[in-house]
Design a protein around this ligand. Sequence first.
Ligand code: BES
Ligand code: MN
Ligand code: ZN
Length: 496
Amino acid sequence: MEISQLTAPLVEIAADWLVVPVTDPVEITGKLAVLDTALAGSLTRLKDLGDLTGKFASTVPLRGVSGLKAARVLLVGLGKVEDLTSGRLDRALTTATRSISDKKDVKVAFAVPDAALGSVSSAQIATAATAAALTGSVGQDLYRTEKGRFPFASFQLICTSENRADVATAVSRGRIVGEAVNLARDLVNRPPQEITPVGFATRAATVAAECGLKCEIFDQPRLEKERMKSMLAVSQGSVEPPRMVILEHCGGDPGAPKLALVGKGVTFDSGGLSLKPTDGMLTMKCDMAGAATVLGAMTAIAKLKLPVNVVGYMGLVENMPSGSAFKLGDILTARNGVTIEVLNTDAEGRLVLADVLSYAVDAGASRIIDLATLTGACVVALGEDVAGAFSNDQSWCDAVLSAAKGCGEDAWQLPMWDLYDDLIKGDVGDIKNTGGRWGGAITAAKFLQRFVSGKPWVHLDIAGPAFASSNKPHREGGGTGCFVRTLLAVAEGLKP
Ligand code: BES
Ligand code: MN
Ligand code: ZN
């Protein structure tokens, strides 16, 4: 998609769609008044009829207009100025871009407001619009012969000569964010026969080379050498060999703290011998969403050249039943020496993360965030749109939650009290890989905590929000790319 800035009167803009944000209540002054005059007063009439309200995420398309160089106008409501946040902005603008991406080769222009709207600057609006142009015009129909959604041919941001430089910076950021989110979505949406551990690692190596990330890939012999037997147990029933991808962005001083981002990358979770029923297995290509989020975030961190040190770790395996699969009752010795009783082979994500987390700790991580589609219990607790947050360090957790809030991504902290440790105490080994029916999201987090050696750590259980079961006006079904933005915001908030 060609993305550019332009300073010109709105009536002079040649485009298939001219997208104009409005707030509630709509005030037909300034640029909007000029547009209204060119449109022979139709904006005023729409407002008087109650059809143009500026209500949050409302869209009013005007097709076949005359008086402008643009063929169509889309008025998009941002809601009340005092309620505007960057999350609400993303939602309204993605609703707009989704609504006009059903045709091929569409040229779109977006009228950047001249000044801030409440607490949101015009540069932030330009970033959000650019990201929305990229995400809203890409669907999950990767393999459909007849596509439902088409990337815009071009996206022009109409700005003033005063804010042009700010808008240019904002646009390049928007492009980076939009592409990172789309990368995570794309990987989740691709089928598990393509995104195998090797398929994922190959793609990761390609994007790493493109954006200047250091990339190391551990194959099975290397993983064995690293004693990652908990992760390898999950992989052993599959014909697809495992991989661990390590991506490194060294933007800070060599001695500066290292942030580790760790992602669960189960490229297909059949449940293993504790086989899932069809309904539960149906969407389990999404079980590598944590790894995809980490990959997306790492590309953005690298492209923005953030002055910090960040390492991304992606533990990639396929969980399958077979004659060589790991079994119920098996005792696994994880990389850090903790012994694990396998009570359920479907509680595999924590077995993968166990070894990857301990590797990250030994590699010098000073702070850790892991992301995983870890438990159905978390979806039961918080619903499909909210991630569970778990931590051993409140101030680090607060930093991550506040970054999430700033991006409009919903995460809710759950307790990590000692009493939950009893539920995963082992009979034969140190710990068991399930804590039973109750508090399943928390006992999973408690399991992970055994592998972070007391380092400040936040676990985000994204089982709900990583994969959307249906289309909504503001987002496509399938992979969502959730928490890519949060990870980027966390990295930006680190002290250089
Ligand atoms: N990948 C699943 C969790 C999941 C469920 C992700 C729904 C996305 C949507 C995970 O590996 C799993 O199977 N967890 C089990 C744990 C149980 C066996 C203790 C679960 O949640 O049922
Ligand atoms: Mn599972
Ligand atoms: Zn899983």
